[in-house]
Design a protein around this ligand. Structure first.
Ligand code: ZN
Length: 494
């Protein structure tokens, strides 16, 4: 291979910056401050009451985003419901009261008992122990009219996310075998009972199986750290549980992601999609702050990212890149990354056609000379990200506090797990310091406390980055050794 002469190199470098400059100028012509800020002020307004996925104002936000996608010329997906992907959510409410009497032990909700799910129930019921309550444990046992008693989690599955996911499955399996309830004995020392039950003992949103009204059997956790209760039941097979629950029951909530696409210009590459995503929900109305404000506007988190998607609809509809662009505004991120999780499991575009996910989400900023890209240093698209951000006179830094696990705490992770390279674009932060905490998940997170000139540069950097990646010659991929590299290879068949 011949080394390029310095003059060739110079031509090469100037041609890169020539393209970047031309694209940057087009972005300047299309994306105007007043128009973008009008979207921003609307989405972060008090009238939308903090865009809580459990409040009706979330529908106003969703419709607004859909209308902007339509106005600017982004298209509906043929397998969606207009610009929407409907999602069945289930809201589980803590019971008014729940008591279980087991011989001489009285178990009380909020104390040594936690009712996780299900409706009212009263009576005396037979108990049946079956290991961890996994499908193989339930094969040859009769659960009809009985309460299934199991250990929480499964061997090797002991972290909170795993045991919650597994618990919901056990509940379905038990119900399928005719059980009228499920008790999981909690014995895990690594997550304290008090911490976990405090977190869980409030209304919780999860993804439901379907849009049918949820019907589920009562499901409990019982504190049994030393295993004594489990042992007692095992030794006294005839003991019955006297149960009394007054429950508010569960509620079906209809949620929606907002989805649109812009077709690419290249006959081949248009079958590949660069997914641009941002969650549009926030925390709603809550605790009053020192100023008497109780509306969590979520300007930084994440109206600013939502406007980046609206700007992308406007810019790319007029300037489509070679690859197609998929615009995804997720609901219910703040309830546990639910909207993106639903799409990852029910994708409207096959996941192996989505070659990259440029997510945008924000806690806040403490430095207006940089943009922080959580996940920088993990894919082959990095040089393009830096080039685009550099065009606006800003520097790119990676996640400054990897110990916070931000990469695995935002919507991007639902796609990274599937193998799609998926960084998150964020306003410049160098640490989770006092300046960030002033606004992070606070009522003070409002448009007027932000540096709007910086916000304009931030929006434009996002567009230029997206454009470069959508025009990349090679498909971007994980750098060797990344923990999601194997998932990527299996997704794309490398
Ligand atoms: Zn966020």
């Amino acid at each position: 291979m011949k080394k390029p002469t310095s003059s060739l190199l110079l031509i090469f470098i100037t041609s890169i910056s020539f393209f970047t400059n031309a694209q940057g100028q087009t972005i300047d012509q299309v994306i105007k401050p007043k128009e973008s800020l009008a979207h921003f002020r609307f989405l972060a307004s008090d009238e939308l009451k903090g865009r809580d996925a459990l409040r009706s104002e979330i529908d106003i936000a969703a419709k607004y985003i859909a209308n902007q996608f339509w106005k600017y010329g982004a298209k509906e997906l043929s397998n969606a419901n207009g610009y929407f992907q409907p999602i069945p959510f289930r809201l589980s409410q803590p019971p008014q009261s729940a008591l279980i009497q087991l011989d001489t032990s009285l178990l009380k909700h909020g104390d040594n008992l936690l009712m996780m799910d299900g409706g009212s129930l009263k009576g005396k019921f037979e108990l049946k122990i079956a290991g961890y309550g996994l499908e193989e444990n339930l094969k040859n046992i009769d659960l009809n009219g009985k309460i299934l008693v199991t250990r929480v989690g499964a061997p090797g599955k002991t972290n909170p996310a795993e045991i919650l996911e597994l618990g919901r499955k056990k509940q379905q399996w038990a119900k399928g075998k005719g059980a009228i309830g499920l008790i999981e004995m909690y014995h895990l020392p690594n997550t304290p009972w008090g911490l976990l039950t405090n977190y869980l003992n409030k209304p919780r949103l999860t993804i439901a199986e379907s849009f049918d009204q949820p019907s589920s059997i009562p499901y409990f956790w019982v504190k049994d750290l030393d295993g004594k209760l489990m042992h007692f039941i095992d030794q006294n097979k005839s003991v019955k549980a006297k149960i009394s629950i007054e429950s508010k029951g569960n509620q079906l909530i209809k949620g929606r992601n907002v989805i649109a696409k812009i077709e690419g210009t290249d006959a081949q590459l248009k079958n590949e999609f660069v997914m641009l995503s941002a969650h549009f929900d926030h925390l709603g109305v809550g605790r009053v702050d020192a100023e008497g404000d109780s509306i969590y506007n979520g300007a930084r988190d994440n109206a600013v990212g939502t406007v980046a998607l609206i700007n992308a609809a406007q810019y790319f509809a007029q300037n489509p890149p070679k690859r197609s662009v998929l615009l995804c505004a997720w609901t219910a991120e703040e309830k546990g990354l639910l909207g993106s999780a639903y799409f990852a499991e029910n994708p409207l575009i096959p996941l192996d056609q989505i070659i990259y996910n440029l997510n945008i989400d924000n806690g806040g900023y403490n430095n207006t000379e940089i943009i922080t890209v959580v996940g920088l240093g993990r894919s082959t698209a990095d040089p393009l990200i830096k080039e685009a951000i550099n065009h606006y006179g800003l520097k790119t830094i990676p996640d400054p506090s990897p110990e916070q696990g931000l990469y695995d705490r935002s919507d991007n992770v639902n796609f990274a797990k599937k193998g799609i390279p998926a960084p998150t674009f964020s306003l410049g932060f160098t640490a989770f310091d006092e300046e960030i905490m002033k606004y992070y998940h606070q009522p003070a997170d409002e448009v007027d406390s932000m540096d709007l000139e910086y916000v304009m540069k931030y929006w434009k950097s996002y567009l230029l980055t997206a454009q470069k990646i959508a025009n990349m010659k090679e498909q971007p991929f994980w750098l060797p050794g990344d923990k999601y590299e194997a998932a990527g290879k299996s997704l794309y068949g490398y």
